[in-house]
Structures are given as C-alpha cells and as structure tokens.
Design a protein around this ligand. Sequence first.
Ligand SMILES: [Zn+2]
Length: 210
Amino acid sequence: MTRRALAAELAACCRHLSQRGLIAGRDGNLSARAGKDRVLVTPSGGLKHRLRPADMVEVDLAGRRQGGRRNPTSELDLHLRILRLRSDVGAVIHAHPPAATAFALAGEGLASFSLPELILLVGRVPLVPFGMPGTPELGEQVEACLGGHAALLLANHGAVTLGRSLEEAWIRMETLEHSARILLGARLLGRVTELTPEVVARLEALRASV
Ligand SMILES: [Zn+2]
C-alpha cells in the first residue's frame, strides 16, 4: 500500500471511530506501519472526523518526525512501544469506546468466554493499570501487559486494539465494543452463560490458525 493510500485509510478510520461513537471530539489516536522504520500516525489536536490524509505525520520508530507538517499524537510513545515490541503488529488504534471503557472503570478486563466472535477475533483482553495519558507512564504500563494480546483495556481511560493491518485493528475495536455492550446487557438481565470449555478450545484453535 502506498503512503497516500495508507494516510487516506487512517483518515477514514478516524471518521468511522467518530461516527460510531467510539471517540468524542479530539479523542483517540492511530498508527500504521509505512515501511521498515516508518510509521504514519494521527496528528495531535484537531477534531478526528475532520482529519484529512495530508494531516497524518510520518515518524521513525524512535519517534523522530520524517514527514508531515503537524506534530504527532501525544500518545506517540504508546504506539511506538507496541510497534517496536511486536513485529507482527502493523497498526494500533487507541479509542474511548463507552461500554468497553465502562469495564475498565469497573476495574475489569474483558475475559468473558461467552461470545464466539470475541474469542475468535480478539481473545482475552487484560486490564492495564492506570498510567497518566500522554506520558511515558502509560506506555510503560501497556508494555508490561502487552504479551501477545490483540487488545487491551486501559484502567480509567479506554482501549487499544492491534492488528496486522489497520482494517484488522479496526474490526477488533468494533468487536470489542459490541461485545462489551452485549455483556453489559446480559448482566442487566442477571446472568451470563459461558460457553463450554470444549467450544472455547475449538474457537481458540480456530483463532490461532487464522
Ligand atoms: Zn485516550
């Protein structure tokens, strides 16, 4: 994919996040690999749904700006730590999806074995202890919990999803929020029925082979 196409995809993803209510105003930030030592990231400031492809900022994995007119996102450190640690990750999305973030406020990750899509597409989602947004403290906490996970909930803050592509990270963010809403509804009804261990094992095997 060309840089131009990748920048357009980032801008489209920002609009979707906003339209789907997964962020408000300036919330959230995205990154995608654009080469061996190059990453395209969203800029700091500005309403996300108004960002254009030309607003994206190119940096290297050390965080030095290599292209673009604007300053990179204030959460650049968090994105780069993940991309440096995980060569399998091509894109990172950070958002504030309301239902998933409610779990993070309640001090819970999303480790339910009741929804096939959540197991298949996202897997277990751990809760990362609180770190001050926009500081290395948050990146350090994420780094410590990252492991091989595809998604993380950030205590009192929001969510991070990873993917080989931006599309995969986006699908995971949507699935994470959708699952959190369903789980909240089931809890209101008073009971969450878990899948049997055999079904969970089959889904996890399927996930590993995707
Ligand atoms: Zn945030």
